[in-house]
Every structure is written in structure tokens, then in C-alpha cells.
Design a protein around this ligand. Structure first.
Ligand code: PBG
Length: 329
């Protein structure tokens, strides 16, 4: 496959000038490749910094229009909503997830009313922003129950779809939930609501700052290893994806991103479905801290993001997405 030989072949020839480097670029990023996560809080006219993620804020709902306006101006296709639920609204069962007046529901309605279908809305399906123990599902003797949790996730999905959510993203790692959610959506007339399965979600140390942002950090007892994947495994990732596609997932997510580029590539090569990558909070904070401390240059952001594209991702969830105008230039 590799032809030619030195000195008639000199690969540096095409790298000599900027125009020539541009000419042979294999991968490029555009705004259409990005999804912006937005953290929501109760209250009015507030923008509260997430300490562990410099440059990221939690916003009250009245701040949404200015964020969406900017996202539209940059041409982002979709945003993702994450609630920071007040502690007094959290309980063991995460019942606030099913409250039609919760933060996410109000946010979806507000955006839909104002922006119609100009931008996609994605919502997590999982209970961790709502449970007093910080786990994604219902607990029994410290174990996250599968089938019982799925029943709640079906209701949470249906509620978010009714509010106008375009893309439901189950991030809970329960078995069998995609099929059950798809079936219930179809039965209720939401057969055009998409499902983006976090099919391959690893039990990762890189989620720390996110748990701070949604306020589940101090609450989480134990870890998520009995439902999220072991980072030592890759064949298992393909089994997860195969199941979710069969069950009706429109797109699949690999998460975290950077430490799992091999997984993005093999999912893409094996299944030829839309694959999304999540550049998670820990990745964001590591890059940001390195840049702020002047250990590394700003360009590492685009280098890191481009690696997802090179590996085969169709789109990337990134906390940098609100600054793309500067990053992509
Ligand atoms: C929860 C959820 C998590 C993230 C997105 N949805 C954290 C977790 O599973 O504990 C992490 C995102 C990030 O770290 O940026 N279902």
C-alpha cells in the first residue's frame, strides 16, 4: 500500500508551505461536529462558576436565550441539558426526574417555544442528578437494580419526549433499556424522537468535575463499577453497541473520549453507525489547567478534539463548544 522511496519520495515536500499542508488535510472540524453541554440551576439571573471546570458555569433558565443565540450564531447543531438539582429535591428514588416541572422540563419547553427546530435538544436519561446517593438508578443493599431502574427510565424518557426533547440519551448503563424506551416512545406517538445511547460508558475517574457541576459528588457512595464498564475491556464495548443498535439506538456514544480513541475507532469500523464521543469534564479540566498554568499551549484543544474526528467520531460533546468561534478561528 505504501509506495515510493527516498530520495525520490520526500514527504516533507507537501509539508513545506501552509497552503500545501491545508491542501492535504485529512480531517477537519466544523461547528456541526459539536454538542454543547449546559448546566442548569434554579433561580434568576445567575451564572455560577463550576470551580473544578474553569470557564464553565451553571445557568438559570433566563440565561438560556443568550446561550442558545450564541450557539445558533456559531452554527452548533445541538445542545445537551444537565440539571443541578437542589439537595432538598433529591431522594433515594430520584423522583424529581419524573416531575414535569423540574429544571430540565422547563428548559426544554422554553427552548422549544422560542427556537422551534432551529437547534436540537439532547437530554440525559439517568437518575444521578436526582438521587440522594448519586447513583444512576435505584439502590437495594448498595446495588443498583436493573429492571426496576429501567421502569423509571422509561417514564423519564417519555416525559422528556413529551416536553419536546429531540434526542434522548440514556447514560445509565442498565441492560435492555434502549429497547424498552424505544417501544414505549413508539407506543405513545413519539416514533421520531431519537435515541443516542451512551452504549459504551466506562466507570471512569474522568467524571469527577461533572459530579461537582451537577452536585452529586459529595453524595456518591461507592463507585459505579457494577454498572459502568471496566476500562480494561474493549470487546465488551462492541457487545454493548451491538445490543443497543438492535434495540433501536439511532446513534451511540463512547465516553470518556481521549483515553478511549481505540474504542471510537473500532465501534465505527465494526458498525458503521453514527458514533459520538464525549470529551468529559476531567479531560476539559486537565487541558484547561495545563493551559492556564502555561504548561501547554491553547492549540492542544483543537489537537485533542481533532483526534476524535480522526478516530471516526461523527460529533463531539465538549465543554469547549461555546468558544468554538475562537478555537476554530
Ligand atoms: C450521569 C452522567 C455523567 C456524565 C454525564 N452523564 C457522570 C457519571 O456517570 O457519573 C459525565 C460527564 C462528564 O464528566 O463531563 N449519568
Amino acid at each position: 500500500m505504501i509506495t515510493g522511496k527516498f530520495p525520490s519520495l520526500r514527504l516533507r515536500r507537501s509539508r513545506k508551505n501552509e497552503w500545501s499542508r491545508r491542501l492535504i488535510q485529512e480531517n477537519n472540524l466544523t461547528a456541526s461536529d459539536f454538542i454543547l453541554p449546559i448546566f442548569l440551576i434554579e433561580g434568576k439571573n445567575k451564572k455560577i462558576p463550576v470551580k473544578s471546570m474553569q470557564g464553565v458555569f451553571r445557568h438559570t433558565l433566563d440565561k438560556l436565550p443568550s446561550i442558545i443565540d450564541k450557539s445558533l450564531k456559531m452554527n452548533l447543531p445541538m445542545i445537551a441539558l444537565f440539571p443541578n438539582t437542589k439537595t432538598n429535591k433529591k431522594n433515594k428514588k430520584g423522583s424529581e426526574a419524573l416531575n414535569e416541572d423540574n429544571l430540565v422540563c422547563r428548559a426544554i419547553q422554553l427552548i422549544k417555544k422560542r427556537y422551534k427546530n432551529q437547534i436540537g435538544i439532547m437530554c440525559d436519561v439517568a437518575l444521578d442528578p436526582y438521587t440522594s446517593h448519586g447513583h444512576d438508578g435505584l439502590l437495594k443493599s448498595k446495588y443498583v437494580l436493573n429492571d426496576e431502574t429501567v421502569e423509571v427510565l422509561i417514564k423519564q424518557s417519555l416525559l422528556q419526549a413529551q416536553m419536546g426533547c429531540d434526542v434522548l440519551a440514556p447514560s445509565d448503563m442498565m441492560d435492555g433499556r434502549i429497547g424498552k424506551i424505544r417501544k414505549s416512545l413508539d407506543k405513545s406517538g413519539y416514533n421520531m424522537t431519537q435515541i443516542l445511547s451512551y452504549a459504551v460508558k466506562y466507570a471512569s475517574g474522568y467524571y469527577g468535575p461533572f459530579r461537582d457541576a451537577v452536585g452529586s459528588k459529595g453524595l456518591l457512595n461507592g463507585n459505579k463499577k457494577n454498572y459502568q464498564m471496566d476500562f480494561r475491556n474493549s470487546d465488551e464495548a462492541l457487545r454493548e453497541v451491538a445490543l443497543d443498535i438492535k434495540e433501536g439506538a439511532d446513534m451511540v456514544m463512547v465516553k470518556p473520549g481521549l483515553p478511549y480513541l481505540d474504542i471510537i475507532k473500532s465501534v465505527k469500523e465494526n458498525f458503521k453507525v453514527p458514533v459520538l464521543a464525549y470529551q468529559v469534564s476531567g479531560e476539559y479540566s486537565l487541558l484547561t489547567n495545563g493551559i492556564n498554568k502555561r504548561l501547554i499551549d491553547n492549540d492542544v484543544i483543537i489537537e485533542s478534539l481533532t483526534s476524535f474526528k480522526r478516530a471516526g467520531a461523527n460529533a463531539i460533546v465538549s465543554y469547549f463548544a461555546d468558544r468554538l468561534d475562537k478555537i476554530l478561528k
